[in-house]
Write a protein that binds this ligand. Structure first.
Ligand code: UT7
Length: 340
């Protein structure tokens, strides 16, 4: 349990946005050599959302953020830091997607930046928001996980295109003096030795944009699926067991386990290793697929809008993604308003 003095960081609100267009497994059957049965059995995914052509990552992020700010019950002028986690930014170099989202929200003259931690981005942002708030530097941090993953997917690669979807989630993390509302703990880790497990080789300083990189399809995500799968199960199981043990909390006492939604088999394996009951585990992978940095906040939002996430209830989050990066968090939901 955190022994820090106030201010503490509190998870004040959640919001999310899912694009309208649904791409079902039946649709994919018409595009590549796959079947609904294979995708369902190997991943648990039935459908995913795809952003419109003229809908950007920042458009989705701004929509999710608008809801999160409204639910936090604060004015946008009270936000003093805007952080966006994405690997599908509006622009690959600059400006940051956080800057563009801030402008769309009418938030000006406030520090704004992106982070790149792939699927772990949202939980990484929790650790960053916590540090800014506990140090007294900021009071209301807007964190956003937003992805237009469809823009980096090779729609002829059946090993990846079945998995990913688009969407955004956002939360307001605020300073509080109430210890009961405080984040309990956040773990965030990385190991670049596995950088080639999940990679978009171009554009970047290694492979600047050129006709050659485009012809070779280096602008698309490449994944060592099976190796990533095995390492995810092993690493996440260890990480969540550690965060629970270090904070003297039993898995059976967690009301809401909200894992990264990459593959139902990973969710089930980690849940089983913790002896989690089905009612403790939040699953949205069947309807959104893997939305990378947006996956966890979209899942929290689903839980919230279903009326099942109440003020003060503990959430356990875990995530794993490109980098490789992974992270887990234990924190109470400190939203003042209940969704109606
Ligand atoms: O969020 C970031 C972290 N990412 C992840 O956690 C993703 C982790 N990986 C996975 O979810 C799984 O590895 C996949 C779903 C991507 C693949 O499942 P798998 O059980 O690891 O399958 P595999 O890659 O070992 O492939 C098994 C077979 C292969 O055929 P052969 O060589 O056995 O004849 C593949 O070609 O399944 C084939 N296959 C497919 N068949 C039908 C691969 N993709 C498909 C497909 N439809 N879409």
């Amino acid at each position: 349990m955190s022994r820090a003095l106030p201010p503490f960081a509190a998870f004040r609100s959640i919001g999310a946005y899912a694009p309208k267009k649904i791409l079902s497994n039946a649709d994919l059957e018409k595009m590549i050599d796959t079947t609904d049965a294979w995708i369902t059995k190997r991943t648990g995914i039935k459908e995913r959302r795809i952003a419109a052509e003229d809908e950007s990552t920042s458009d989705m992020g701004a929509k999710a953020a608008t809801i999160a700010i409204e639910r936090a019950g604060i004015a946008k002028e009270e936000i003093d830091l805007v952080l966006c986690a994405t690997v599908t930014p509006d622009y690959f170099n600059m400006p940051s997607t956080a800057c563009i989202i801030s402008d769309k929200l009418g938030i000006h003259n406030v520090q704004a930046l992106d982070i790149s931690a792939a699927c772990s981005g949202f939980v990484y942002l929790l650790s960053i928001a916590k540090a800014f708030i506990e140090s007294g530097m900021k009071k209301n941090v807007l964190i956003i996980g937003a992805e237009k993953f469809s823009s980096i997917v090779d729609w002829t690669d059946r090993g990846t295109c079945i998995l990913f979807g688009d969407g955004a989630g956002a939360a307001v993390i605020s300073a509080t003096t109430d210890r009961e509302e405080a984040f309990v703990d956040v773990h965030a880790s990385a190991d670049g030795a596995y950088a080639d497990f999940l990679v978009t080789p171009a554009p970047g300083s290694v492979n600047p944009m050129s006709q050659k990189t485009l012809d070779a399809g280096l602008n698309f995500v490449q994944m060592k699926g099976n190796e990533t799968f095995k390492l995810a199960v092993k690493t996440l199981t260890k990480d969540v067991k550690e965060i629970l043990a270090q904070n003297d909390i039993q898995a059976k006492d967690i009301p809401h386990f909200i894992p990264h939604q990459a593959n139902y088999r990973i969710i089930k394996a980690v849940g089983d290793a913790l002896n989690m009951r089905e009612d403790q585990v939040v699953v949205t992978v069947h309807k959104y697929g893997n939305t990378s940095a947006a996956s966890i906040p979209m899942a929290i939002n689903d839980l919230y809008e279903s009326g099942k996430l109440k003020y003060g209830e503990l959430m356990l989050l875990d995530t794993f993604g490109g980098g490789l990066t992974w992270a887990s968090a234990l924190l109470p939901f400190a939203g003042k308003r209940v969704y109606t």
